[in-house]
Design a protein around this ligand. Structure first.
Ligand SMILES: NC(=O)C1=CN([C@@H]2O[C@H](COP(=O)(O)OP(=O)(O)OC[C@H]3O[C@@H](n4cnc5c(N)ncnc54)[C@H](OP(=O)(O)O)[C@@H]3O)[C@@H](O)[C@H]2O)C=CC1
Ligand SMILES: O=C(CO)COP(=O)(O)O
Length: 337
């Protein structure tokens, strides 16, 4: 059994820490809030993020980052994309060993246009990175903690690092595949949140199932177009971390991105929606990044562009949909290439 550290005690960090603890690993969960560490250690609950769940007794929490990192050579980074650099900067003040970093965040940084593994490489020194592995796929925390069957993919340029992560997490209800397509996996995981926001808007407008199927399918087309141009393997986008995660995020009531979109479609303003969510809605910042990437790579991404206008240029969702429908005529398959 291994020592493993998980950084970030939100829904996903806590659910993954539960998987690891249930697999018998000595798991230490770091939260930046002392009162949350006390709650987890004394009451074995995380009321804010997984209110219905009893945490295993062998799952220990700390609010002391240095102690958390000392505990282990395997560190799972499970904070939202916007917090990654801050947490890395804190770690760099004391890190003096090589660590296998597993990241599970689904975002792209606006302006720098970096994927998470690139952000980790930039904000951590090469001396402290043994390897970076991405763990991504259709996996809502709320279902993982119920032991509902879940499949996910560990991606690393170094397949033996991905296999190590596969062994750490895999169990009867949590099945882990491996791949070396880091670019495809990171892009699929981040960009599906953009389409899920759009699917939520469509449902908020009561546009029904035809419209949602169209958004999922044409959304996958534009994700794949950009992803392949950026170096991802085309097959990755029809796998778990592409189509799989796109389906779950566009259709599940657990999805924060879908729920946020749904409120926007019903007429709420973005700030109100984000206040009400109280949890990270990665797709908002990623829409900005995806729009910038579509310009930089000269890849048409009509759904992303429409959503960008709704979120950042105050366009009415209904008008954005009307404009998507009356674009110039296209051939379906040619347009996928
Ligand atoms: N939830 C899910 O089912 C899944 C989520 N993911 C991805 O995992 C990542 C994390 O998401 P999730 O756990 O759901 O998010 P949540 O909103 O549930 O939790 C975020 C956690 O990060 C903490 N946090 C925020 N900022 C900082 C900071 N600067 N320093 C330290 N901790 C911080 C929050 O603390 P505080 O409570 O103080 O705000 C909270 O504990 C996202 O990228 C998401 O896309 C991936 C797969 C599934
Ligand atoms: O990535 C996820 C499921 O695979 C979680 O999606 P949300 O952030 O929309 O809840």
């Amino acid at each position: 059994m291994e020592n493993v550290t998980v950084l970030g005690a939100g829904s996903w960090g806590t659910a993954l820490a539960i998987v690891l603890a249930e697999n018998g690993h000595h798991t230490l969960l770091w939260t930046h809030r002392e009162e949350q560490a006390v709650e987890i250690n004394e009451h074995h609950t995380n009321q804010k993020y997984l209110p219905e769940t009893n945490l295993p007794n062998n799952l220990v929490a700390t609010s002391h980052l240095e102690k958390a990192i000392d505990h282990s050579d395997v560190v799972v980074v499970a904070v939202p994309t916007k917090a990654i650099r801050e947490v890395c900067e804190k770690m760099m003040t004391f890190l003096n060993k090589k660590v296998l970093f597993v990241h599970v965040s689904k975002g792209i940084e606006p302006n720098s246009l970096m994927r998470i593994s690139e952000m980790l490489q930039e904000s951590l020194s090469a001396d402290v990175i043994e390897e970076i592995v991405v763990l991504s796929g259709p996996s809502h925390a709320e279902e993982v903690v119920l032991h509902h069957p879940t499949t996910i993919t560990a991606a690393s340029k170094n397949l033996s690092a991905a296999e190590k992560v596969q062994d750490l997490f895999m169990n009867q209800y949590f099945r882990v595949y491996t791949t070396d397509d880091v670019v495809g996996v990171e892009l699929g995981g981040a960009l599906k949140n953009v389409i899920a926001l759009a699917a939520g808007i469509s449902d908020g407008l009561n546009y029904g199932d035809n419209a949602k199927a169209a958004l999922i399918t044409r959304g996958l087309a534009e994700i794949t177009r950009l992803g392949v141009k950026m170096g991802g393997n085309p097959f990755t986008f029809s796998g778990l971390t592409g189509m799989g995660d796109l389906i779950v995020t566009c259709t599940s009531v657990h999805s924060r991105n879908w729920r946020a979109g749904n409120m926007l479609g019903k007429g709420m303003k973005l700030e109100q929606v984000l206040d009400q969510m109280g949890m990270v809605v990665e797709g908002v910042r990623t829409t900005k990044a995806a729009y910038q990437l579509s310009q930089e790579y000269k890849v048409p991404m009509p759904i992303t562009t429409a959503l960008y206008d709704v979120l950042f240029n105050d366009k009415e969702p209904k008008i954005a949909v009307d404009e998507l429908m009356i674009r110039t005529k296209k051939r379906e398959i040619n347009d996928l290439q």
